[in-house]
Every structure is written in C-alpha cells, then in structure tokens.
Design a protein around this ligand. Structure first.
Ligand code: 13P
Length: 210
C-alpha cells in the first residue's frame, strides 16, 4: 500500500469509528507504521473529520517530520511499536464499554475480560491487562504500557480507555471494535456466571488464527 493509500484508509476507518460512536469529540488517536516512519492523527483532531494531507508524519525515531502537531500520546503508540515487532498500527479510543470496564475497581487487572467469544480471542488475544491511571499525555505511561505490551496486543488504561495494536491498520481497527463489543458483553453478563470458552478452545483459536 502506498503512503497516499494508507493516509486515505486511516481517514476512512477513523470516520467510520466516529460515525458509530466509538469516539466522540476529539478523543482517540490512531497511528500506522510506514516504510520510513509513522503516520499519527494530529492532537485535538476529531476522528470524524481528518484531512489525509494534514496527518502528522513521524520519522523512524518518532520525531515530527510534517503535517499538523502530532497527538500528545505519541509515546503511548511508541510503547507498542517498540514492544511488538508485529505491530503495524495502533488504535487508542475512549469507547464507552471498554472505558467502563477500565473504571471498575473489582476486576482482575491482569485480565479483566474473560474469553466470552471467539472473535475477541482471535482479534485481541489471550490477555488484555489494565495499566494504572496516568494523566493523558503523561510520558510516564510509556514504560508501564511497554512492559505489558510485550505480552499483550491490547491494554486498558485505567479510567481512560483501550489501546490496541494490529498487524495492519484494518486489523487494529477490527481489534478495537471487537474489544468494545467484548466489554459490552462482559458488562451485560456481569453476575450471570456465563459459560466461558475453555482454555483448550482458546488455544485452538490462537493456533488456528494466530
Ligand atoms: P490527542 O488529541 O492529543 O490525540 O489526545 C486525545 C486522547 O485521546 C488523549 O488520550
């Protein structure tokens, strides 16, 4: 995919997320790895109204090269890219259900959402830990996310929202959508003792779909 095609896809997928309420206002940010660096959404931009020509371009060391001023969460994205060779894109949202789970005091912070459905496991993986609260834009979040991202494709930032990596931009967006739906199911089923996928079923999904 050319850089122009990647810019257009990022704008299209962001607008789709915004249109369906996965992001409101200027919340959320999305980045994608290029051959010579990264694209990331500009700070204070709405995912619903991005301009492909004004996306922030970063070099391979995450320094700002061109476009509007980058998201204040560049380090959050960098934590995933440096922790995971397989990360080709990173999506951060404040999507309602995942953020609700990230506000609950009584969940397993190592893995708050159990394996309820195959697509959550296939897209998000076996674990999605909660990283303690940091102020948005606080660079101290980077080592905390990095330590977890080595073992997990997605994290929940306490009282803030999800961050998820994917091999491609489309994969990362699909994973963010599945994560939100899984959080919704989890909240719907709280207290209902739902049947979970067994460890063998989870292993089967991961060995079949990666
Ligand atoms: P930016 O507008 O700087 O990307 O920040 C939005 C956000 O989601 C903060 O967590």
């Amino acid at each position: 995919m050319t850089e122009t095609e990647t810019r257009d896809l990022l704008v299209k997928l962001s607008a789709s997320l915004f249109a369906r309420g996965f992001s409101v206002g200027s919340a959320g940010n999305i980045s994608v790895r290029l051959d010579d660096g990264y694209l990331i959404t500009p700070t204070n931009s709405s995912l619903g109204r991005l301009d492909p020509a004004r996306l922030s371009k970063l070099d391979a060391t995450f320094a700002h090269l061109s476009g509007d001023k980058p998201s204040k969460e560049v380090f959050m994205h960098r934590a995933f890219y440096t922790a995971r060779a397989d990360a080709g894109a990173v999506v951060h949202l404040h999507s309602t259900m995942a953020t609700a789970v990230a506000c609950l005091p009584d969940v397993d912070t190592g893995n708050p959402i159990p394996p309820l459905t195959p697509y959550f496991v296939m897209r998000v993986g076996r674990t999605m830990p909660i990283v303690p609260y940091y102020r948005p834009g606080d660079a101290a979040m980077e080592p905390a996310i990095h330590a977890v991202a080595v073992h997990a494709r997605a994290v929940l930032l306490a009282n803030h929202g999800p961050v998820v990596a994917g091999k491609t931009l489309t994969d990362a967006v699909y994973a963010a959508e599945e994560l939100e739906e899984a959080a919704k199911l989890y909240l719907l089923l709280r207290g209902a003792s739902p049947r979970l996928l067994t460890p063998a079923q989870v292993d089967d999904l991961l060995s079949t779909f990666g």
